[in-house]
Write a protein that binds this ligand. Structure first.
Ligand SMILES: [Fe+2]
Length: 430
């Protein structure tokens, strides 16, 4: 990937002053699992247990070492061989060398602008189709399967070669949150399916089921859009959407009946959990279709990392950590690992502080690395906007993600810029 295409230069300047003055990362605020280990199965409730405060990357789960907060080192087209005066000599490890080689190999790939433009187009199509499906599903007959499955095939093919598409799944829709939620869940679950080596046809079918998994919510939109916490009775009404959605699939007429049967089964099982804590049938383990399990994890991750009428979004890193906490209980370990392989520990859309003191936004995960994404630097160490610049952290191993940051923190330092970032989250069709 030629990041110089976007930034106009291959090297960056450092901001050594503030990096040295940076405080130690805050302790991890994510609470331990609920007593008894029961996994709530409805995302809206699951989210409510997590604080939105920033998290240190020190306690990264999954045994992944935290990237070292190395002192700032002048960057050049090549990672520096020499270390700054006063620092201990640091020799490139074999792993770093491997990272560099892999990054060099990627240098021949398509420019980011091209990837981004393609990703935007595919995302826009997914959103439009989600809107069409939700707008028409309450009619007696709907003819949408062929159109959705063709787009899902295109989406799967794109995901294989274009990691920038996942970045678009950080968007939300203001008019009806379900449109972006459904498109995002479709993209994320397809990427997870590809990580598990699903056949292309199965991955596309997974995309259809994910796009349609919440069509049962059209019957309880008022409750879903309420700005306050639901009572138990109201929540039990929401749980009916799983079976209601499965029933609505029957209205889609351009589907083979066997395909339709499986889609209905999967959509009814998205909120089931392997420890029988889900709904509507309290199924367990292997009783739940693997595609329903994939959508279930993508659904919770998407819901937590996006705003809802009753709350702000959680940082995507905290959403991933929450799902890792549930690994083996509620969610199958291999499904959670598929999510980690897809969005990594600093998912696309995450705001992070770099070891240089700069603030950046993650724009792409790097295959094979959980903690060294491609980031777009947005603010310098004094929280002043800089010319947006892409950095592949695999190419600069001495610069690391130090911790996650949230909008509130940025807002305290640069309110105007935080407002711009918040605005950019909402999808607007030009
Ligand atoms: Fe959902």
């Amino acid at each position: 990937m030629r990041f110089s295409d976007l930034s106009g230069r291959k090297t960056r300047e450092d901001k050594p002053k503030a990096a040295a003055a940076k405080p130690a990362p805050a302790p991890d605020p994510v609470p331990p699992p609920a007593a008894g280990g029961a996994v709530p199965s409805e995302p809206l409730r699951e989210e409510a247990r997590l604080p939105s405060a920033q998290t240190s990357a020190d306690q990264l789960p999954g045994g992944q070492a935290k990237p070292s907060a190395a002192p700032p080192v002048p960057r050049s087209a090549e990672p520096p061989e020499a270390v700054p005066a006063g620092s201990a000599p640091r020799v490139r490890t074999r792993r770093e060398q491997q990272r560099k080689d892999e990054a060099s190999a990627r240098g021949n790939q398509r420019p980011f602008r091209e990837l981004d433009a393609e990703a935007r187009e595919i995302y826009s199509k997914n959103l439009s189709l989600a809107g069409e499906l939700f707008g028409q599903i309450d009619q007696p007959y709907v003819e949408k399967y062929e159109k959705i499955i063709r787009l899902a095939e295109l989406t799967s093919r794109t995901l294989v070669e274009n990691p920038a598409l996942l970045n678009y799944a950080a968007h939300a829709t203001a008019g009806n949150y379900l449109h972006a939620h459904s498109a995002n869940a479709a993209i994320i679950s397809q990427a997870m399916g590809l990580a598990l080596n699903l056949e292309p046809g199965e991955a596309a079918f997974l995309g259809f089921c994910a796009l349609a998994h919440d069509i049962g919510m059209t019957g309880c939109l008022e409750l879903a859009n309420r700005g306050d916490r639901l009572t138990d009775e109201e929540f039990s009404v929401i749980t009916l959407h799983a079976d209601a959605g499965a029933d609505k699939v029957d209205r889609i007429i351009d589907m083979d009946y066997k395909v339709k049967e499986r889609a209905m089964k999967i959509i009814s099982q998205v909120h089931e959990r392997i420890d029988s804590s889900g709904y509507p049938r309290r199924l367990a383990g292997g009783e739940i279709d693997i595609l329903a399990q994939l959508i279930g994890v993508a659904d919770v991750y998407e819901a937590m990392s996006h705003p809802r009428p009753r709350r702000e979004a959680y940082h995507p890193h905290n959403a991933v950590k929450h799902l890792i906490d549930k690994e083996g209980r509620g969610f199958d370990s291999k499904i959670v690992k598929a999510l980690m392989a897809t969005v990594t520990l600093y998912p696309p859309g995450s705001l992070v502080a770099l070891s240089t003191g700069e603030t950046a936004r993650v724009v792409m995960a790097n295959k094979g690395s959980l903690t060294w994404p491609v980031v777009e630097v947005l603010l310098d160490a004094n929280y002043e906007p800089v010319q947006p610049q892409l950095i592949d952290l695999m190419e600069y191993p001495l610069t690391a993600v130090e911790r996650i940051v949230n909008l509130e923190e940025i807002s305290r330092k640069n309110h105007k810029f935080a407002a711009k970032l918040e605005l950019a989250r909402w999808w607007v069709e030009w």
